[in-house]
Every structure is written in structure tokens, then in C-alpha cells.
Design a protein around this ligand. Structure first.
Ligand SMILES: Nc1ncnc2c1ncn2[C@@H]1O[C@H](COP(=O)(O)OP(=O)(O)OP(=O)(O)O)[C@@H](O)[C@H]1O
Ligand SMILES: [Mg+2]
Length: 220
């Protein structure tokens, strides 16, 4: 379902090139739950952004459900992402001027699937215990509530691949458990392939596959 081959990312900076990911090969089978672990700066977010179709690799390829993401044109890739990939970003990513409901419905609206989008968004938010916050702006919600909205937004298009980059960092343990429960439910109940970046080794131990990134490479 997810295949990376010879995947590399080098950033050009004022101080010269930074090789963040260096020749990564990896496979995650359909419906699996994989955890990516590794020290800060090892390249986890860089890897996820290439897998998610957000950051162009310097070399190599990413195949999601048989489609070579980076051989598509920009429009086709955006469409493919909207239909197949949900992304939970490491850092705040909700649009501050939109209410929770509209943040969640937006990917469907942008993809021309507006019909029933708000109803679907509302149902997802209610499922996540946010029924009372449909009309709240991000600034009016706690960190954990905002994280749930981000997860609802990632799931609204019914993706085959759900990518979550440290979705529970800086949350208390109970909220972390709740958020993980939502992600695992998507993985089990919907059959969504889940790739989760975490610093929490206890969490990673629950995954079916653990991918260790060190200095831009994946341990075999
Ligand atoms: N946009 C960028 N431009 C230049 N260098 C970058 C950029 N993004 C990341 N890097 C560098 O690439 C390397 C990997 O960064 P990355 O964010 O992928 O690490 P990470 O494993 O996600 O770290 P963390 O656990 O702290 O989130 C680091 O050395 C970082 O400084
Ligand atoms: Mg990161």
C-alpha cells in the first residue's frame, strides 16, 4: 500500500545542503499500523511530508495504493491527496478564521465534494466528542480539542492512508490515550493504513510495525 524506494531529501540552506533523508526504502502493507520513531532532527517529519505528497523528494519515489505520487502533476497530486491521504500535522494547522465544522468540511469542499460535506464533518466531530464545539474557532478550543479537529479533518475524505506526525505531543496522558484511540479506531474500523510518528516508545510498541529513523536513514 505504501512503498518508498530510494527516498532522499536534501534541503538547500544558507549554510549549504542538509541531507535530512538519505535513501530510505520502506513498505507498509495495506491496513497496517506502523510507528516511526527516532531522535529529534533524525528526519521523521521530512520523511512524512514526502510520503504525504507535501514536500518533493530530491530522489526516489513514493507509491500509495499503486500510484507514484511524485510522478503526478501538481493538480493531480492535490486531487490524489484529497481523496486518499489524511495528514495530521506536527504543528498547529487549523485555519484560525474558520469554525471547527468548516475546518473539517474544507477538504471536501475544495475537492468538489461539497454535497453533504458539513453533515459529514458534524457527524465526525460528534463522534470525537466535540458536538458542543462545532461552531468554535480554533482559538476557543484547548490543544487536545484542536488536535481532535485536525484528526476529523484528516478523516473526512475517508483516506486509505492516515499520516500522523506526533499527534499527541504536549498533551496529558489521558488526552493522549483518547487521541490514540481515535486513530486506532480509524485503523481498525475503517481499515485505514496508519503511519504514526511518536517519541513515546510505549505507544510505538503497540504498533504492528516499528520504523526506526536515525540520521536520515531507516534501520533495516
Ligand atoms: N525546511 C527545512 N530547511 C532546512 N533544513 C530543514 C528543514 N526542515 C528540516 N530540516 C533539517 O532536516 C533535519 C530533519 O528534520 P525533521 O524536521 O525531519 O526532523 P524530525 O525527526 O521530525 O525532528 P522532531 O522530532 O524534532 O520533529 C534536521 O537537521 C533539520 O534541521
Ligand atoms: Mg518532526
Amino acid at each position: 500500500m505504501l512503498i518508498c524506494e530510494g527516498l532522499s531529501k536534501t534541503y538547500d540552506t544558507d549554510r549549504g545542503p542538509v541531507a535530512a533523508i538519505r535513501g530510505v526504502d520502506l513498505t507498509v502493507n495495506a491496513g497496517r499500523y506502523a510507528a516511526i520513531i527516532g531522535r529529534s532532527g533524525s528526519g521523521k517529519s521530512s520523511l512524512m511530508a514526502m510520503i504525504g505528497g507535501l514536500s518533493r523528494p530530491s530522489a526516489g519515489c513514493v507509491k500509495v495504493a499503486g500510484t507514484d505520487l511524485w510522478s503526478l502533476g501538481a493538480d493531480a497530486r492535490a486531487r490524489f491527496r484529497a481523496r486518499n491521504i489524511g495528514y495530521v500535522f506536527q504543528f498547529a494547522s487549523l485555519l484560525p478564521t474558520l469554525r471547527a465544522l468548516d475546518n473539517v468540511a474544507l477538504p471536501l469542499l475544495l475537492d468538489g465534494r461539497g454535497q453533504g460535506a458539513r453533515e459529514r464533518a458534524a457527524a465526525l466531530l460528534e463522534e470525537m466528542g466535540l458536538g458542543a464545539h462545532l461552531d468554535a474557532f480554533p482559538s476557543e478550543m484547548s490543544a487536545g480539542e484542536q488536535r481532535r479537529v485536525v484528526i476529523a479533518r484528516a478523516l473526512v475524505g475517508d483516506p486509505v492512508l492516515l499520516l500522523a506526525d506526533e499527534p499527541t505531543s504536549d498533551l496529558d496522558e489521558e488526552t493522549e490515550r483518547e487521541i490514540m484511540g481515535l486513530l486506532e479506531r480509524a485503523n481498525r474500523a475503517r481499515g485505514t493504513t496508519l503511519v504514526l510518528v511518536t517519541h513515546n516508545l510505549a505507544l510505538a510498541a503497540q504498533a504492528e510495525q516499528v520504523i526506526q529513523v536515525a540520521d536520515g536513514a531507516v534501520a533495516p
